[in-house]
Design a protein around this ligand. Structure first.
Ligand SMILES: NC(=O)c1ccc[n+]([C@@H]2O[C@H](COP(=O)([O-])OP(=O)(O)OC[C@H]3O[C@@H](n4cnc5c(N)ncnc54)[C@H](O)[C@@H]3O)[C@@H](O)[C@H]2O)c1
Length: 360
C-alpha cells in the first residue's frame, strides 16, 4: 500500500505531544515534512523527530509532492488560510481547534474541503476520550432516557502567566471560549444534539500576563437549550485558584435524563459514575474494553498514561479515513457547528441577550 506522507504545519507543543505519537501508531503514515515559522522550534522538532525536510513557509510545504496530508497546529488565526490552501493543493487536512477565528472562515474551510474532495477533520480531541465516547453511546442508546440536562465544568489555575499568542485577539480570537470551552461545546453536540439557543457571559480578569497585555476572556459561561429541549450549563475558567492545570485538574461532564445520570471526571477516563431512577447514590462503572480505544486503533490503552493516551487516536482516525476513503469524524462540519455556538456566545455577550443559532 502507498505510504501517506504527512506534513506538520506548526511544530510546537501540541504537534509534538499529540500528533507525533498518534501518527506513530499508523503503519500507513509517515511524517515527511515539518514547517514552523520559528527557526529554533523547527530545528528542535527536526532533531526530536528525525524528519530532515523542513520549511519555514507553509506554502512551500504545500507544494511538496511527498506530502499527501497535513496537520495544522499553528495559532488559530492561521487555521483558515492554511487549511484552504491545503485543500486547494489537494491535501487531506487535520486542523486543530478552534477550527477558525469566526463562523464565516469556518464555513469557507468546509466548502474548500468539500470542493477538493479531501478528508477533513477538526481536532476535537475529547471525542476520543473513552468515558466521553461511552457516555455518548449510552445517551444515544437510551440508557438515561430522555436527556434533561447537560453540564460541563473546566476549572484550571493558570494564574497570571504569559500565554503568548493565546492572549492576543488577532491571533486567537477568543480566550477560554475557544481554548477550552470549544471542546465541551463539541461533545455537548455529540452527546445531546445541536444547541438551539444560548445566553453567554465572558470575562477578562487579568490585565497583564507576563510583560504583555491580555486581551481575551479568562472565564466563560453559557446556558443553552438544545434542539431536543434539554438544557445545558457550561463553564470554563483559567482562574480556579489552587485547582492546578492539565488533565488532573477539574474537568467534568454530567448528563441527567428521565431514567438516569452519567458523570465523567477527566482524571478517571476509564470509568463513569451512573445514577439510576430511584437510586440514592451514584455507582462507579468501569468501561467495557471496546471503549478504551477508538475502533481500528492498535493502541494499548494501558501502555501510556490513560489521561493522555486517548489523544493519539484522533490521528489514527484521520489516517484510517484516508486509507478507507471515508469521511472523518469529527470533520470540519463539527468544527463549523461549534464555531457557530462560539460566535453566538460572543454576540450574546456583546448584545446582552439570548441568541438563536438560526440567526448565525
Ligand atoms: N486539541 C487539543 O486538545 C489542543 C491542545 C492544545 C492546543 N491545541 C491547538 O493547537 C494549536 C497550537 O497550539 P500549541 O499549544 O501547540 O501552540 P504553540 O505555540 O506551542 O505552537 C504553535 C506553533 O506554530 C508556529 N507558527 C506560528 N506561525 C506560523 C506560521 N506562519 N507557519 C508555521 N508555523 C507557525 C509557532 O512558531 C509555534 O511553534 C492551537 O490552535 C491550539 O488551540 C489543541
Amino acid at each position: 500500500m502507498k505510504t501517506i506522507g504527512v506534513g506538520i504545519i506548526g511544530s510546537g507543543k501540541i504537534a509534538l505531544a499529540n500528533h507525533l505519537p498518534g501518527l506513530a501508531l499508523c503503519p500507513e503514515a509517515r511524517v515527511v515534512a515539518l514547517c514552523d515559522a520559528n527557526p529554533k522550534t523547527l530545528e528542535e522538532a527536526s532533531r526530536t523527530t528525525g524528519v530532515s525536510r523542513t520549511y519555514s513557509d507553509y506554502h512551500q510545504l504545500l507544494r511538496d509532492e511527498n506530502v499527501n496530508a497535513v496537520i495544522i497546529a499553528t495559532p488559530n488565526y492561521l487555521h483558515a488560510p492554511i487549511a484552504i490552501s491545503a485543500c486547494e493543493a489537494g491535501k487531506h487536512v487535520l486542523c486543530e481547534k478552534p477550527i477558525a477565528m469566526n463562523l464565516a472562515e469556518a464555513r469557507q474551510m468546509l466548502a474548500a474541503a468539500e470542493k477538493a474532495g479531501v478528508r477533513h477533520m477538526t481536532a476535537f480531541t475529547y471525542r476520543f476520550g473513552p468515558a466521553i465516547r461511552y457516555m455518548a453511546h449510552q445517551v444515544h442508546d437510551g440508557a438515561i432516557g430522555k436527556p434533561y440536562h447537560f453540564r460541563a465544568n473546566r476549572f484550571q489555575d493558570w494564574d497570571l502567566r504569559d500565554l503568548g499568542w493565546r492572549q492576543i485577539k488577532k491571533l486567537a480570537a477568543t480566550g477560554e471560549l475557544g481554548d477550552m470551552l470549544s471542546h465541551r461545546i463539541d461533545y455537548a453536540h455529540l452527546m445531546v444534539g445541536q444547541i438551539k439557543r444560548l445566553v453567554a457571559h465572558l470575562k477578562k480578569f487579568v490585565e497583564m500576563r507576563g510583560q504583555s497585555r491580555s486581551e481575551l476572556d479568562d472565564w466563560v459561561s453559557m446556558i443553552c437549550d438544545f434542539e431536543n429541549d434539554a438544557t445545558g450549563v457550561l463553564e470554563s475558567t483559567k482562574l480556579a485558584t489552587g485547582r492546578g492545570e492539565g488533565p488532573q485538574s477539574m474537568d467534568s461532564c454530567e448528563v441527567n435524563g428521565d431514567a438516569g445520570t452519567l458523570v465523567y471526571y477527566s482524571d478517571k477516563p476509564f470509568e463513569v459514575l451512573v445514577g439510576k431512577k430511584g437510586g440514592k447514590t451514584l455507582e462507579t462503572v468501569k468501561l467495557p474494553r471496546e471503549f478504551l480505544t477508538w475502533p481500528g486503533s492498535p493502541r494499548d490503552p494501558f501502555a501510556s498514561d490513560p489521561v493522555i493516551g486517548f489523544r493519539y487516536d484522533q490521528d489514527v482516525e484521520f489516517i484510517r479515513a484516508i486509507v478507507e476513503n471515508r469521511p472523518c469524524r469529527p470533520s470540519f462540519a463539527e468544527g463549523v457547528q461549534a464555531q457557530a455556538v462560539m460566535d453566538a456566545a460572543l454576540l450574546s455577550e456583546s448584545e446582552h441577550r439570548w441568541v438563536e443559532l438560526s440567526e448565525m
